[in-house]
Design a protein around this ligand. Structure first.
Ligand code: ADP
Ligand code: MG
Length: 238
């Protein structure tokens, strides 16, 4: 079961505490959006889950496994970043297949997997191209393909659509939701965009200044905001 639970999570950078004891429980297969103003701690929470940052206190579990002390590679998660982070000198096929290559999967098996993932993301036909020969949306799909290829239980998205123009952003929201349906995996999606949160989330986690202000469905958050911050941040008509 790919439940995710943040329990009493504290994070400090040097003397500065930036996450002040966050409790967040995510269900298996849920699509949860972390939303809040810039600097509220969204990326830091994801990075601690992925193992890119240590926790200062508290515990993170994926299913029954406490992952807080595990190396990033031993955590059953994959992360998609805003800036794609594709390898410019590698083809689409090699970019998508890279995580398998790193774990020693043979070429034949790799190609089969890459083809499946490319099909899922509508990238068949582009496998021999290089990142510079792709549109922004196509690059984002390659980044997602690289995340999907190892079939992790939990997918993390850190503002993956911020660099795209408005029309493409709306299209990619739909594609990510479709992917969620097909893969039936747990997804955590970070954004500072309230509309994105309201339209995509099963449940929303509203953050401010390193604290969880409210967790609820879009409807609950909209109709019954926990405080004036949530009301003004989310309540503005979309
Ligand atoms: P968000 O993703 O919501 O914009 P972040 O998680 O990136 O916010 O940052 C939360 C807080 O932690 C901010 O005050 C930020 O300046 C601080 N912070 C993040 N990473 C570091 C770091 N490596 N060193 C020092 N401070 C950091
Ligand atoms: Mg961030």
């Amino acid at each position: 079961m790919a439940t995710v639970s943040f329990s009493k999570i504290v994070k400090s950078f040097g003397q500065t505490e930036v996450i002040h004891g966050a409790d967040i429980d995510i269900e298996d297969g849920e699509f949860v959006v972390f939303v809040g103003p810039s600097g509220c701690g969204k990326s830091t929470l994801l990075r601690m889950l992925a193992g890119l940052e240590s926790v200062s206190d508290g515990e993170i579990r994926i299913g029954e496994t406490v992952v807080t002390e595990l190396a990033p590679k031993d955590r059953d998660v994959a992360m998609v970043f805003q800036n794609y982070a594709l390898y410019p000198h590698m083809t689409v096929a090699d970019n998508i297949g890279f995580p398998l290559k790193m774990t020693g999967v043979q070429k034949t098996a790799r190609t089969k997997n890459v083809n499946e993932v490319a099909k899922l993301l509508g990238l068949d036909g582009l496998l021999d191209r290089y990142p510079r020969e792709l549109s922004g949306g196509q690059r984002q799909r390659v980044a997602m393909g690289r995340a999907i290829i190892r079939r992790p239980s939990v997918f993390l998205f850190d503002e993956p659509l911020s660099n795209l123009d408005a029309a493409l952003r709306v299209q990619m929201r739909r594609e990510i939701k479709l992917l969620h349906k097909r893969l039936e995996s747990t997804m955590i999606f970070v954004t500072h965009d309230q509309v994105e949160a309201m339209t995509m989330a099963d449940r929303i986690v509203v953050l401010r200044g390193g604290r969880v202000e409210q967790i609820g469905t879009p409807d609950e958050i909209y109709r019954q905001p926990a405080n004036t911050f949530v009301a003004s941040f989310i309540g503005a008509p979309p």
